[in-house]
Design a protein around this ligand. Structure first.
Ligand code: GLP
Length: 241
């Protein structure tokens, strides 16, 4: 596990964007695993700027997102589909065939989870997975207690997660109670992983991640057993370590 300590959110975003940029440059047909939330917004912004400035060829990349809320159609403003379109896909003019997210409004969510997992496999797996981390250690929407062998599946969101994400909705009651997420095993299959953490809010999570035991109570802890993980975290996020 490589830990890159940066000063602040801007530096974290710039560093992560540079890694993403180099990855696409050296492997134009890369399969990227993408994340949502406040953490990667700056990374996407810096990546878009670099890609445009350097005329980066993005025509062969494929992307898979970690998760989506249950019941939200892709054009719902709070869906992760909408987030990705706004923060990355539209600014980069990626074709819809290049980008994938689980469909939270699929009629049969179980079937959707299976076919999403299969699609990732059909593309040969994820080369680089970008991750944020929840305050309770969740990655994707894999809440505490999720089995390490889990694949893409439906989850009940913890109340604390719904509260943490309520800032994106009118109020907490609008935050869906369930979501569809890549599983822990799906994430661990990625050839390399880039986890970003910024701010005081994440300091306990970073302490648990770096110093705690590997167990299902703290989902992100499994990353310690992955051979290629880079963590880019700022001083506030690392202030308890
Ligand atoms: C959500 C997402 C996670 C994300 C986490 C942290 O629950 N499903 O993928 O890592 O929130 O979000 P933020 O980056 O806004 O702190």
């Amino acid at each position: 596990m490589e830990i890159v300590r940066v000063t602040n959110y801007e530096e974290m975003s710039e560093y992560a964007a540079e890694l993403l940029f180099r990855k696409v440059q050296t492997q134009p047909n890369v399969v990227l695993g993408l994340a949502t939330g406040g953490t990667p917004e700056g990374t996407y912004e810096a990546f878009i700027e670099k890609a445009k400035r350097n005329d980066l060829d993005l025509s062969q990349i494929t992307t898979f997102n970690l998760d989506e809320y249950e019941g939200l159609a892709s054009d719902h403003p709070n869906s992760y589909h909408a987030y990705m379109k706004e923060h990355l896909f539209h600014p980069l003019d990626l074709k819809s065939e290049q980008t994938h997210l689980p469909k939270g409004n699929a009629a049969d969510l179980e079937a959707e989870a299976k076919s999403y997992e299969q699609l990732i496999e059909d593309y040969g797996g994820i080369d680089l997975q970008l991750l944020g981390i929840g305050e309770n250690g969740h990655i994707g929407f894999n809440e505490p207690g999720t089995p390490h062998h889990s694949r893409t599946h439906i989850v009940e969101l913890k109340e604390s997660t719904r509260e943490a994400n309520a800032r994106y909705f009118e109020n907490k009651s609008e935050v869906p109670k369930r979501a569809i997420t890549m599983g822990i095993a799906s994430i661990m299959d990625s050839r390399c992983i880039l986890l970003l953490a910024s701010g005081e809010r994440k300091k306990q999570a970073m302490k648990n991640l770096l110093e705690g035991d590997i167990n299902e109570t703290f989902p992100a802890s499994i990353l310690r057993s992955h051979p290629y993980v880079t963590i880019i975290a700022d001083e506030e996020a690392l202030s308890a370590v």
